[in-house]
Design a protein around this ligand. Structure first.
Ligand code: GRF
Length: 195
């Protein structure tokens, strides 16, 4: 059984989808802990599903490294096989990436390498393109630059706002994330041989 730690910053809708998938007896992975960089609303999902959680507040640490060290300490307690960044709106320090690489994956609301960064949905709309997408990648030291594990296109509608587009992308992200976690757990997808 693959053990998974999930890190969030926000509403945790992708986390919730993973928790729902993982409670099915046939799902080959279990979420063992949820962590956040703030008092994220999504921590309520962990509580509802009886999953332990922790918060390492970004603003209580003097540097990214200090924050990352504490995050690493909290994660280490659970010895997760895989770390899923699910809407974590902070870059991890290199030392923490190195400690888990390539076993850290991230979901992103764009078709990488198009529109990396914190505003992938807004940037796609601003660019005036007709389609964007969702991606799941391996986390490396860059900003959304790691190997792509799965991705899918999402069309942009003429009347889309950032909110409506993001709400259409999120279900695709969830589906891709659950599928990737399942395939990693079954050995169908190897992170070490990711392109
Ligand atoms: C997702 O689109 C994620 O990729 C992005 O923020 C969203 C997280 O939403 N960075 P939620 O917290 O899972 O609801």
């Amino acid at each position: 059984m693959l053990t998974v730690a999930v890190l969030i910053s926000g509403a945790g809708s992708n986390l919730r989808a993973l928790l729902e998938a993982a409670r099915h007896p046939d799902f080959p992975a279990r979420v063992v802990v949820v962590g956040a960089d703030r008092e994220a609303d999504g921590l309520a999902h962990a509580e509802e599903f009886g999953i332990p959680s922790f918060t390492v507040p970004w603003h209580e640490h003097e540097s990214r490294e200090a924050w990352g060290e504490e995050l690493g300490r909290q994660l280490a307690v659970w010895t997760p096989d895989l770390v899923v960044l699910s809407g974590l709106m902070r870059l991890l320090p290199s030392s923490l990436v190195a400690a888990y690489a390539p076993r850290i994956i991230n979901t992103h609301p764009a078709y990488l390498p198009e529109f990396p960064g914190a505003h992938g949905v807004r940037d796609a709309l601003a660019a005036g393109v007709r389609e964007t997408g969702a991606s799941v990648i391996v986390v490396d030291d860059g900003v959304d630059t790691g190997p792509v594990l799965a991705q899918e296109r999402v069309p942009i509608r003429a009347d889309d706002t950032e909110h409506t587009l993001h709400e259409r992308i999120k279900p695709v992200e969830r589906r891709l994330l659950i599928d990737v976690v399942r395939r990693i757990a079954t050995g169908d997808l190897s992170l070490t041989s990711a392109p």
